[in-house]
Ligand binder design. Structure first.
Ligand code: C2E
Ligand code: CA
Ligand code: CA
Ligand code: CA
Length: 279
């Protein structure tokens, strides 16, 4: 059925450019991937700086293609967004994350938070809040352990709508995080208008810590601002001990990054948490 699908798209796409053809091909393969359950979640540990304990995981999607192997989200999320497939994928990501959280609790891993990336497109369709409410109910996952990550740009498309949508989500008892904080073209006004819990400092501000004076000052200022407003701060993309030590020194709450662990399959994540507990 798969090779047949490829022939049909090849037949209809003769007049298209190479890149348009590749997109179409990828789109039809992505539909198959959803049907054949080739999408998987990897989990990157989030570690509390003060204690060294794993407190949660960011769920990051991958596509396990039988021919090509593991395909990263940067290659297929944009296509999922432009074709609308992101809605179906996004709902699955939330459901799968909640199921996983319950499984880990049953394994004795305790109350780990799971944070899920939500694309701007998902906010533009009705029913996101209802889906999350239903999923929390059907899986039994504790709302306070589920966190949604969205970028500044996702929120600023329609500010008034964003406020009411986030308020609805907040009423479910889940946590809300701003992803890639500091990279959007936003004003700071939304920080007080929106019911947020977490700021995730973008990797670009972390990369040259601690020697880069301006980045170091920016990170200090973000931590201070976030704490003043009652938000937690998570640093992304920590690759070196010196970055970790600086972030700890300035009072950042949580970090994630290759220095501690890459995103891992669920079973490897669980083993790592059990090991981390013994330390
Ligand atoms: P993001 O949300 O900013 O995720 C962080 C990315 O940085 C991830 O790439 C992660 O694997 C990578 N990363 C983590 N620590 C380090 C580090 O120390 N060094 C380096 N160089 N990279 C690190 P990934 O998994 O390829 O995801 C890329 C982007 O795809 C994500 O960026 C997010 O925007 C999107 N994405 C991933 N999963 C989902 C999903 O389920 N739904 C949606 N809508 N988007 C997703
Ligand atoms: Ca993220
Ligand atoms: Ca990020
Ligand atoms: Ca990003």
């Amino acid at each position: 059925a798969k090779s047949e699908g490829r022939n049909i798209s090849a037949y209809y796409t003769d007049g298209l450019t190479q890149s348009a053809r590749e997109r179409l091909m990828l789109e039809s393969r992505l539909r198959t991937a959803i049907l054949e359950q080739q999408l998987v979640l990897f989990y990157q540990p989030q570690v509390q700086l003060a204690t060294g304990q794993v407190v949660g995981a960011e769920a990051l999607i991958r596509w396990q293609d039988p021919d090509e192997g593991l395909i990263g989200p940067d290659r297929f999320i944009p296509i999922a967004e432009s074709t609308g497939l992101i809605h179906e994928i996004g709902l699955w990501v939330i459901q799968q994350s909640c199921r996983q959280g319950v499984l880990w609790q049953q394994l004795g891993l305790g109350d780990l938070r799971i944070t899920v990336n939500v694309s701007a497109h998902q906010f533009q369709r009705e029913g996101l809040t209802q889906h999350i409410a239903d999923t929390l109910l059907s899986t039994g996952f504790n709302a306070s352990l589920l966190e949604l990550e969205m970028t500044e740009s996702a929120l600023l498309t329609q500010h008034a709508d964003a406020v009411s949508l986030l308020q609805q989500l907040k009423q479910l008892g889940i946590r809300l995080a701003i992803d890639d904080f500091g990279t959007g073209y936003s004003s700071l006004a939304y920080l007080k208008a929106l019911p947020l819990d977490v700021l995730k400092v973008d990797k670009s501000f972390i990369d040259n810590l601690p020697q880069h004076q301006q980045d170091a000052e920016i990170c200090k200022a973000i931590v201070r601002l976030a704490h003043t407003l009652g938000f937690e701060v998570i640093a992304e993309g920590v690759e070196h001990q010196r970055q970790h030590d600086f972030l700890n020194h300035i009072g950042c709450d949580v970090f994630q990054g290759y220095w501690f662990a890459k995103p891992l399959p669920a079973d490897e994540f669980a083993s790592l948490v059990l090991l981390n507990r013994q330390q």
